[in-house]
Design a protein around this ligand. Structure first.
Ligand code: HEC
Length: 145
């Protein structure tokens, strides 16, 4: 008989949006071993990302038209050009020279290790070590557009 956790993982994969926060380990298993950013996005929870965003909110607002704090406003950042999401914010040259747009893969790399992604960036944040945390935050940012 399949274990409860396997049933949970399957149920979770089928109804990702219905996943409660405590389904975290089931979501992780549903994404498979060494999952890609795309695989993690399929089990990501915007609600969990909203809770994780408290680690960002000292520096970032996320509401439409909200002011910049220590960092730029992040409304609409997914898909926007890197270092251009807030017209008012004085981005570093380090982040400006990255170029291109914020894809899920690039956002994952940035949130894993900002200094590695853009050496010299002013984002004073050590990074989110857990790939599922990053996927959840990206899912949350995707709702803010
Ligand atoms: C201590 C303050 C601080 C914290 C905490 C922080 N950031 Fe930042 N963030 C910044 C600053 C400052 C910049 C601008 C960096 C630069 O110009 O080099 C930035 C830039 C960004 C950008 C680029 C925006 C654009 O317009 O391209 C994103 C995306 C971002 N942060 C997401 C996050 C997320 C998500 C978190 C939480 C997991 C987070 N940050 C935590 C300060 C912070």
């Amino acid at each position: 008989m399949p274990s409860r956790s396997i049933i949970l993982a399957i149920a979770c994969a089928l109804t990702v949006t219905a996943c409660a926060p405590d389904d975290r380990e089931a979501r992780r298993r549903a994404a498979g071993p060494t999952p890609s950013v795309a695989a993690l996005s399929r089990v990501a929870s915007a609600a969990a990302g909203a809770r994780l965003f408290t680690r960002c909110s000292a520096c970032h607002s996320v509401g439409r038209g909200a002011p910049d704090f220590g960092g730029p406003n992040l409304f609409g950042v997914m898909g926007s050009e890197v270092a251009q999401n807030s017209q008012r914010f004085a981005y570093t040259a380090a982040l400006q020279k990255v170029g291109g747009r914020w894809t899920p893969e690039r956002m994952d790399a940035w949130l894993a290790d900002p200094q590695r992604f853009a050496p010299g960036t002013a984002m004073g944040f050590a990074g989110l070590a857990d790939p599922l945390d990053r996927a959840d935050v990206i899912a949350y940012l995707q709702t803010k557009r």
